[in-house]
Design a protein around this ligand. Sequence first.
Ligand code: TYD
Length: 157
Amino acid sequence: MERTLVLLKPGIIQRNLMGEIITRFERRGLRIVGMKMMQLTDEILNEHYSHLVEKPFFQSLKDSMTATPVVALCLEGVDAIRVVRMMAGTTNGRNAAPGTIRGDYCVSNQQNVVHASDGPHTAFDEIRRFFKSDEVFDFGMTNLDRLYAPDEYNRDE
Ligand code: TYD
């Protein structure tokens, strides 16, 4: 099993679309193991977007991310990082395929409605950045045999 970090950005909160987006992840078969609303700070955004600090849009990006609280989700599933990243779609919503979240809910590069971790190392760091250890839960999932074949997941996890 893998875990990944998703942020529902201010566009989703402003447009009352939180439930719709969360429903997509639930319907797909991903398990929500952490979820909270939080107001992001300059400090956490400087860390989260440190790879973009030199970009001309950096301040505008931070302003857009602090316009309202965001909802942070920790999602779990087999290959969850790749599955969720594909569900999010390409960064620029105008290029994102219909059927993806960005392709269905936005027409912007910056106002692209969700963040999703892009690899195992970033997922690990990002979950720790947005959740305290006791805010992410380990609980038994009873429907694993209906979501995956036995050889697709480790039964001990
Ligand atoms: P990035 O990490 O490149 O993409 P992703 O979110 O798909 O992992 O960029 C982070 C965010 O920065 C992106 O979601 C929206 C914003 N952004 C812009 O505002 N303008 C841009 O030209 C790019 C590339 C990103």
